[in-house]
Design a protein around this ligand. Structure first.
Ligand SMILES: Nc1ncnc2c1ncn2[C@@H]1O[C@H](COP(=O)(O)OP(=O)(O)OP(=O)(O)O)[C@@H](O)[C@H]1O
Ligand SMILES: [Mg+2]
Length: 540
């Protein structure tokens, strides 16, 4: 059947899920026009039926709205109407496994064409054009129609037959043309459906992205400082002001920049990132402002810069404190005037990109030292978001841990693991110089090393975390947690130190500790204190 309609097969659409928007199709301009055309030329009415043969997309109360007076009389009669419905149902059901348009005769002897609607091999129903006579079979059709009218309308058969004679008779060529037009209607239905499906998919994806990754809600953290930051970000997102995000390494600066973009009016546009510390001065200039062909060795063609690419969207200048003084001047110009000049060009260009910037450097101190321009600092710092380090919001650690445990579980398609009380406590006592990223990496490492263990023991913690915890004042005593865990930790620590002191002489240590050698070996195994190399998958 339809040549192009197969090509429009779509990956996901309301049609596929069975929710065919028949009423919407009737509102489409192109479908209305085609319906009107077919009606005007041949007095043929186009109808849609679903897979069961029920009429769809017809205004209420106007089931079968034939344009010729004979079909009008037939559908106006109860028995005749049932006959029309029967034909539509049978034809639609018959077309279930077919791809082809079909020319057939209705119960009253009129010709009709049905075109099946298929998406990805799923059958959705038919479009019908009916109530006409075909040249080649005209004589035979007239006999059939007359016999039907004689039976159904004994008193009016003569008068109705006179109307039949006035109906247009379609030549073979016209039938082919009519078929093509109906196929076109089907193509338009699929095309329209695809547009709806695509836009629904885009909205759903955007929502998912917002909700699951960049939304303020998915920026994990319930501490007071984070709550205050969310409230601020909500206000910041809806403005177009430049934002300077400051914070230590791995505190989530980029996450915040994305959250601002995806919650702003620019959410449907581009979010582009440039790491200002990753380029030398010349490359950064070309990256940001573009260049023209031949402006330097290697510039083999014109290249658009990120300011131009992000026009109307958001440009995130990461590590903005790494910019050279010369670049700072150019940056000031684009921020103040919205204009820039590509490398090697004399032509001034404009950009309307919203700028977000981030740094882990103390820009105010750099201004004082004379390494960062004061005017640029103020221009970037219209709104300042300072992300608190993880050590100042320890109450967020358990939440973040759960979040990362769940994420890694999902990654390997297994239920999320948990941490032993002691392990969680050690994480709480660590100072986290690498902030959330360090925590995220540590959880990933723990998940891998714990193998099939459902609960992760603190034996697997990285040496730097163990060491920092051992030095921490909190490590001397426990403020909370189960007594059993505390005793186990003490026991483990005594054995660990004893093993080192006795150079792994287990008989000697067992005697010192007042337990049997077998008992000590069991405990060494339990706590994973075997000598390096004795045990595979050891934590350190
Ligand atoms: N509040 C948070 N909730 C969940 N994940 C977070 C949070 N903050 C940071 N992360 C995660 O920590 C990692 C580091 O975050 P991000 O890259 O945004 O930090 P950054 O401040 O830009 O780091 P850098 O200073 O190294 O550029 C990312 O994987 C991010 O998803
Ligand atoms: Mg970053």
């Amino acid at each position: 059947m339809t040549k192009s309609n197969e090509g429009l097969a779509m990956a996901s659409s309301p049609v596929e899920s069975g929710a065919v928007k028949w009423d919407e199709f009737d509102k489409l301009h192109v479908i209305r026009s085609l319906r009107e055309l077919v009606g005007r030329w041949w007095k043929i009415q186009l109808n849609f039926t679903d897979t069961k043969g029920f009429l769809r997309g017809v205004p209420e109360g106007r089931f079968f709205n034939p344009l010729n007076s004979v079909c009008k009389a037939v559908t106006g009669d109860q028995k005749g109407f049932q006959g029309c419905l029967g034909t539509a149902r049978k034809t639609t059901v018959d077309a279930t496994n077919s791809k082809d348009s079909r020319l057939f005769k209705c119960h009253a002897g009129f010709s009709a064409i049905s075109v099946p609607i298929r998406v990805n091999n799923q059958y959705l129903g038919c479009v019908f054009g009916d109530g006409f006579i075909v040249e080649e079979t005209a004589a035979e059709q007239r006999v059939q129609i007359k016999s039907y009218l004689d039976r159904a309308f004994p008193g009016r058969a003569h008068e109705l037959m006179a109307d039949v004679d006035k109906l247009p008779v379609l030549s073979k060529k016209e039938v082919a043309y009519l078929t093509e037009l109906i196929e076109l209607v089907v193509d338009e239905m699929l095309r329209a459906n695809k547009v709806v499906a695509d836009s629904q998919k885009k909205v759903a994806e955007l929502r998912k992205e917002l909700g699951a990754r960049y939304g303020f809600d998915s920026m994990i953290g319930k501490s007071g400082v984070m709550q205050a930051m969310y409230r601020m970000l909500e206000r910041v997102a809806i403005s177009d002001a430049t934002v300077l995000i400051q914070g230590e390494n791995g505190t989530g600066k980029e996450l915040i920049a994305k959250a601002v973009h995806y919650n702003s009016q620019h959410r449907g546009t581009k979010f582009l990132v440039v790491n200002c510390g990753a380029f030398n001065e010349n490359l950064l200039e070309s990256e940001l402002f573009g260049h023209i062909k031949g402006s330097f060795t290697g510039a083999v063609r014109d290249k658009k810069g990120l300011f131009e690419e992000a026009d109307g969207g958001t440009l995130f200048l990461d590590e903005v404190g790494e910019m050279s003084m010369a670049m700072q001047v150019k940056m000031l110009r684009v921020l103040q005037e919205g204009t820039f000049t590509p490398v090697g060009s004399t032509q001034v260009r404009k950009s309307n990109a919203r700028v977000l910037a981030a740094t882990n450097r103390d820009l105010a101190a750099m201004v004082k030292q004379g390494t960062f321009r004061e005017d640029l600092f103020y221009r970037l710092n219209v709104i300042n978001v300072t992300v608190p380090p993880l050590r100042d919001r320890k109450e967020d650690i358990p939440l973040l841990v759960d979040h990362f445990l769940a994420a890694f579980g999902k990654q390997v398609n297994k239920p999320a693991k948990t941490l032993s009380v002691a392990c969680m406590e050690d994480l709480l006592n660590h100072e986290w110089p690498g902030n959330v990223r360090e925590l995220e990496n540590e959880i990933e490492r723990l998940c891998v090393l714990a193998g099939d263990d459902k609960e992760i023991s603190n034996d697997f913690l990285s040496p730097r975390i163990k060491d920092s915890v051992a030095k921490s004042p909190n490590a001397q005593y426990r403020l909370d947690g189960k007594l059993k865990d505390a005793l186990e930790d003490l026991e483990k620590e005594m054995i660990r130190q004893g093993l080192e002191r006795t150079r792994w002489n287990k008989s000697k240590l067992a005697k010192e500790l007042g337990i049997s050698r077998a008992g000590l070996i069991m405990k060494v195994e339990k706590y994973g204190l075997e000598k390096r190399g004795e045990r595979s998958g050891s934590a350190s």
